[in-house]
Design a protein. Structure first.
Length: 243
């Protein structure tokens, strides 16, 4: 309850500062709309924003699930197969050095202008934090658990699935929390490169028509979705961890 109260207080403080900046500097709406104008726009265009959010939500959630499956598989593969680890780890690092905006147009060519290319961009952004966190968790298994497994003549597979993987879930969960915050932005970036629907498309469209209040309203909706998605993943992780 204290964290929720702090969040509400922080929101009102930021809103108050925002309103004061608009008033003190007498900023026009096309430069920085007031919070009241953004709220009015959110109510006025609520149906449009909700309809445009559906593709973005689908792209973010499916991209997150794909990243979870692919990242988990590659983390296990990197840990268990040393030759693959030697060759693939540098490639994994290089993939994060490349700007997403530089690769996203290629995904449009490969997967088209539909949702698939946006899911691919999202998966690319989330792949590294999920894979690296799970892989580090597998590597950092306490030595006394491994000594106990050797004492009991456990096989490598038994040690992996009954000791290393359960103990790595905490680190894996941290990677999933980070990925949950990036997932909506990954979908939006994919829509910025090329799309005819979604919150990213709506934000660009509103910006080009100088409807800054609508743009801020769409961004506010995106923030709310990101927070909700993060807390949902966090709740699922805690529930799984308590089993």
């Amino acid at each position: 309850m204290n964290s929720i109260l702090r969040g509400i207080i922080s929101f009102f403080v930021i809103t108050l500062i925002w309103q004061l900046v608009v008033i003190i500097f007498n900023l026009p709406p096309y430069i920085l709309p007031s919070p009241l104008l953004v709220l009015t726009s959110l109510i006025q265009y609520g149906t449009l924003i909700f309809e445009q959010s559906i593709p973005t939500v689908i792209e973010a959630v499916v991209g997150f699930i794909l990243s979870l499956l692919v990242g988990g598989f590659w983390a296990l593969s990197l840990f268990y197969f040393r030759p693959l680890r030697l060759w693939f780890l540098p490639v994994l690092l290089i993939s994060q050095a490349l700007p997403v905006f530089a690769i996203a147009p290629l995904f449009l060519v490969w997967f088209g202008y539909g949702m698939m290319s946006k899911m691919a961009v999202t998966c690319l952004m989330l792949f590294f934090p999920i894979t690296s966190s799970f892989y580090e968790g597998l590597l950092n298994t306490p030595i006394h658990y491994l000594d106990l497994a050797r004492t009991m003549n456990a096989t490598k597979w038994q040690t992996l699935w009954r000791i290393r993987v359960p103990l790595a879930l905490a680190s894996f969960g941290n990677g999933l929390r980070v990925a949950a915050t990036f997932a909506p932005m990954g979908a939006v970036i994919g829509e910025w490169v090329g799309a005819s629907q979604g919150l990213g498309f709506l934000i660009l469209s509103a910006n080009s028509r100088m409807q800054i209040d609508l743009m801020f309203a769409a961004i506010l909706f995106l923030i709310v979705f990101t927070l909700g998605f993060y807390y949902l993943i966090d709740l699922i992780i805690k529930k799984v961890g308590s089993l």
